[in-house]
Structures are given as C-alpha cells and as structure tokens.
Design a protein around this ligand. Structure first.
Ligand code: HEC
Ligand code: HEC
Ligand code: HEC
Ligand code: HEC
Ligand code: HEC
Length: 216
C-alpha cells in the first residue's frame, strides 16, 4: 500500500490547496498590476468656487508657488492659501470683479473658501512634499506646467506604478543646486543627469522601493 500511496501523499490536499492559493495570488497580482488603470483621474479638473487662475498669477505675473503654498517644503502637505493671502493684493486690486467680491466676502465672514481638492491619494499611501522638494524634484515633475493652467488639472496618474517609475529612474527629475523646485521652465540636460547620477551613487538621495516606505 505504502508503495502506491507513499507517505507524503497524506499532505497532498494541503499542498494542492497551498498551490491553488499561490496561483490565485499570482493571478490577482498579475491582473492588479497590468490592468490597474494607469491613467486614473488624469485630466480631472473640478469646477472651483472662485475662478482663480494659476496662468495669470504664477505664469504672467510670475508669482512664486511658495508665496501661496507656504508649507510645501516643511511637511507632508502643501497648503492651499487662505483668503487672507489673496486679500494682500485684492483689498485694492479689481474690487469691482464679482470673483474678487466672493473672496472679500469669505474674508470678512471668516468662512474659508471651499476649494475642490484636485490631487488625492488614498489614505493607505504615504506621501510627503517635504522629502521631494528638499531633494529638488520640481513641482512640474508631478503637477505639470501649472503656470499655463487657467484651471488646475491633474496631469499624472499618481498610481503606484507612476511613483515607482520615478523612484527607479529619478535622474531626469533631480535638479541641480541653484535651480528652484518651483521653476516651471527647467528641463534636464546631460550635465544635470550626470550630477543626479553622482548624487544617487553617493546615496545623497535614496528613493525607496520597499513597501513600508509608502504603506506605513
Ligand atoms: C496666488 C496664490 C497661488 C500661487 C502663486 C500658486 N498657487 Fe497653486 N493654488 C492656489 C489656490 C487658491 C489653489 C486652490 C484652487 C485651485 O485649485 O485652483 C491652488 C491649487 C494648486 C494645486 C492643486 C491642489 C489640489 O487640490 O490638488 C496645485 C498642484 C498647485 N496649486 C500648485 C502650484 C504651483 C506648482 C505653483 C507655482 C508654479 C502655484 N500653485 C502657485 C493658489 C496659488
Ligand atoms: C501679488 C498680488 C496678488 C495676489 C496675492 C493675488 N492676486 Fe489675484 N490678481 C492680481 C492681479 C494684478 C490681477 C489682474 C487684475 C487685472 O485684471 O488687471 C488679479 C486677478 C485675479 C482674478 C481675476 C478677476 C477678474 O474678474 O478678472 C481673480 C479671480 C483672482 N485674481 C483671484 C485671486 C485669488 C483667489 C488669490 C488668492 C489665492 C489671489 N488672486 C491672489 C494680483 C494678486
Ligand atoms: C513627487 C511628486 C510631487 C512633487 C514634486 C510635488 N507634488 Fe504636490 N502633490 C503630489 C501628490 C501625490 C499630491 C496629493 C497628496 C495627497 O493626496 O496626500 C499633491 C498635492 C498637492 C497640493 C494639494 C495639497 C496637498 O498636499 O494634498 C498642492 C497645493 C501641491 N501638491 C503643490 C505642490 C507644489 C507647489 C510643489 C512644488 C514646490 C509640489 N506640489 C511638488 C505630488 C507632488
Ligand atoms: C518625479 C520623481 C518622483 C515621483 C513621481 C515620486 N517620487 Fe517619491 N521620491 C523621489 C526621490 C528622488 C526621493 C528621494 C528623496 C531623498 O532621498 O532625499 C523620493 C523619496 C520618497 C519617499 C521617502 C521619503 C519620505 O518622505 O519618507 C517616499 C515615502 C516617497 N518618495 C513616496 C512617493 C509616493 C507615494 C509617490 C507617488 C504618489 C512618489 N514618491 C512619487 C522621487 C519621486
Ligand atoms: C513609492 C511608493 C510606493 C511603494 C514603494 C509601494 N507602493 Fe503600493 N501603492 C502606492 C500608491 C501611491 C498606491 C495608490 C495607487 C492609486 O491610488 O492608484 C498604492 C497602492 C497599493 C495597493 C492597492 C492597489 C489597488 O488597486 O487598490 C496595494 C495592494 C499595494 N500598493 C501594495 C504594495 C506592495 C506589496 C508594495 C511592495 C512590493 C508596495 N505597494 C510598494 C505607493 C507605493
């Protein structure tokens, strides 16, 4: 008997079950990896309560992003400015405009303007602006040409594959010293790529690929 059914076959059901589970996991991962929408939310540009234009303020007027997004270097979240910041200028500029009157009314009542959120990661993914901006990855790498946008639009998928693509090959996104992260015109060249490779080789910048870096 034991010749026909050697002892290890007692474990066969367990082995088969385990095999099926592994195969199932593989199928799930493959489906998840290849079919997860790469372009989720790309192009998302919700209506805003006030027709504020980045093209006018950050583009034509050349205002630095950090005039309004003051927290972008100091913590995980970039803030959206309060109406106070707008009123620095608009208590005097274009007070005849109905759009500006909305801001003035919000300012007076103390109720914040309810801007619609454009970029949003799920809670289980950790992201920090501070680490990226301090490594001198430009806003444009992730948000595109904000200085040309009349209405804010999401231009990158913000998917896990997108994060990892840059973490594996960040060379063209790492700006040399002296170029601001907020500069919208900068593009990589041979010298900047060589300098970036040097920083990576020296481990001055180390984009993580292990799961717990982003899923804490
Ligand atoms: C005068 C103030 C001001 C300046 C300067 C400014 N922004 Fe903004 N930004 C805002 C306001 C107000 C909002 C929210 C309303 C909106 O989305 O249009 C916003 C929204 C954003 C958002 C979308 C936030 C979300 O909900 O996901 C991004 C990204 C952004 N700004 C990036 C930039 C970049 C990059 C620059 C520099 C090129 C810049 N901003 C300059 C005021 C400013
Ligand atoms: C540094 C000064 C400055 C700041 C700060 C500023 N603006 Fe402006 N804004 C201007 C100027 C200048 C214009 C163009 C006025 C014109 O049309 O000649 C303008 C135009 C506008 C207009 C168009 C008005 C219309 O009806 O044509 C809106 C809306 C506006 N700003 C919203 C905002 C909001 C919202 C904020 C705060 C997040 C803000 N601005 C911060 C200077 C500023
Ligand atoms: C490496 C990619 C990356 C870079 C570089 C980057 N951002 Fe973002 N930004 C994101 C992501 C991802 C979100 C959504 C974060 C979330 O939902 O937690 C976001 C959200 C924002 C928001 C909405 C508020 C918030 O934090 O959720 C603002 C405003 C913003 N970014 C401005 C900027 C500015 C200004 C710069 C440059 C100084 C910049 N970002 C650089 C990826 C980036
Ligand atoms: C355009 C390139 C680029 C993109 C896109 C990018 N990163 Fe990064 N990330 C970097 C670089 C470069 C570093 C290394 C910073 C350092 O070592 O100083 C980094 C570091 C990090 C770190 C470690 C630092 C910390 O805050 O703990 C985390 C976490 C992280 N990234 C999460 C994300 C997530 C989540 C996304 C996608 C939503 C993302 N990154 C997209 C370039 C990028
Ligand atoms: C650089 C940051 C980063 C790293 C490293 C990372 N992830 Fe993610 N992961 C994300 C982001 C961002 C999302 C959310 C993507 C979205 O909203 O489409 C995500 C989503 C997921 C999801 C949910 C997928 C879905 O479709 O709902 C799973 C599961 C996951 N990650 C597992 C992992 C595992 C396992 C590892 C390690 C092998 C890992 N992640 C490493 C950033 C990261």
């Amino acid at each position: 008997m034991s010749v026909i059914f050697p002892k290890w076959t007692n474990h066969l059901p367990t082995i088969v079950a385990a095999g099926a589970t592994v195969a199932g996991l593989v199928v799930v991962s493959v489906v998840w990896f290849f079919f997860s929408p790469k372009n989720t939310d790309v192009g998302y540009a919700p209506d805003q309560p006030v027709n504020y234009s980045h093209k006018l303020h950050a583009g034509l007027m050349g205002m630095d992003c950090r005039y309004c997004h003051t927290a972008v270097e100091d913590g995980p979240h970039a803030n959206v400015p309060s109406s106070e910041v707008c009123m620095n200028c608009h208590k005097g500029v274009r007070t005849d405009s109905t759009e500006i009157q909305k801001i003035a009314a919000a300012h007076e009542s103390g109720d914040p303007i309810r801007w619609a959120k454009v970029h949003l990661l799920p809670d289980y993914a950790y992201f920090s602006h501070q680490a990226h901006v301090n490594a001198n990855v430009g806003c444009a790498s992730c948000h595109g040409r904000m200085d040309q946008m009349e209405v804010v639009r999401q231009v990158e998928p913000l998917s896990m594959g997108w994060c990892l693509e840059c973490h594996r090959n960040p060379e063209t996104h790492l700006r040399p010293e002296g170029v601001a992260a907020t500069d919208m015109q900068w593009t990589a060249d041979e010298a900047s790529i060589a300098a970036a490779r040097q920083r990576l080789a020296n481990k001055e910048v180390q984009p993580p690929e292990h799961c717990s870096a982003c899923h804490r």
